[in-house]
Design a protein around this ligand. Structure first.
Ligand code: MN3
Length: 242
């Protein structure tokens, strides 16, 4: 007859054995509760070829399955020793990097930023819907930039002008002001107190397979895949929240 203590011990061993066997299996399933960490790679919300011919399927596959996955894995590794930190969403970490322990702050900034930026980027893109902003956002862009095409000029200039790897953004700040900004590497507008409305990834991995060194062609093509219905609804929601 096994004692309660022995039973607990053998359960513990069984659990430990299962845990040891789990990471590979969970990774293969993309499991939400993977013991490797609290952050998970969200599935791409459409097939790899959904944005063809503007963004090619192979680029989307590598970009999502390898680059974005690596940011998630590296973020999980960074927070592994900090269970209290790991309870926060990636957005919360990026919004307040000062609250992240210094030892892992750079890793969280780069990989948490990479995770948050790419999660946003996939949702931002679609081939369906209008090719320009609608409703209140259309009015706000006209008021801020003069016209939609003036906004495009400024956004294109910002995206083309990122030196090395980074992003260009249309953001909304807490005062309700729209801005076009650049960030280096995987820095997020959230760290600057701004919320992204549109963002273009101008790291070479985002376009090199199809466009090689022609970043300008990639930026021009990107205007065909901005999901303006989604962006405009997001703007309305943010404005409502004040
Ligand atoms: Mn990228």
């Amino acid at each position: 007859m096994t004692t309660r203590r022995e039973a607990l011990r053998s359960m513990g061993l069984a659990a430990a054995a299962a845990w040891g066997a789990m990471p590979l299996k969970m990774a293969a399933q993309g499991g939400a509760a993977a013991p490797s960490g609290p952050y998970t790679l969200p599935p791409l919300p459409y097939p790899y070829d959904a944005l063809e011919p503007y963004i090619d399927a192979q680029t989307m596959q590598i970009h999502h399955d390898r680059h974005h996955a690596a940011y998630v894995n590296n973020l999980n590794n960074a927070v592994a020793k900090y269970p209290e930190i790991a309870k926060r969403t990636a957005e919360q970490l990026i919004e307040n990097l000062a609250a992240v322990p210094e030892e892992i702050r750079t890793a969280v900034r780069n990989n948490g930023g990479g995770h948050v930026n790419h999660d946003f980027f996939w949702k931002l893109m679609s081939k369906s819907g209008p090719r320009n902003p609608v409703g209140e956002l259309a009015k706000a862009i006209d008021a801020r930039f003069g016209s939609f095409s003036k906004f495009q000029e400024e956004f294109t200039r910002a995206a083309a002008g990122v030196f090395g790897s980074g992003w260009a953004w249309l953001t909304l700040d807490r005062k309700g002001q729209l801005s076009v900004i650049q960030t280096a590497n995987q820095d997020s507008p959230l760290s600057l107190g701004q919320t992204p409305l549109v963002g273009i990834d101008v790291w070479e991995h985002a376009y090199y397979l199809k466009y090689q060194n022609r970043r300008a062609d990639y930026i021009a093509a990107f205007y065909n895949v901005i999901h303006w219905d989604w962006v405009s609804a997001r703007y309305n929601e943010l404005r409502k929240q004040g």
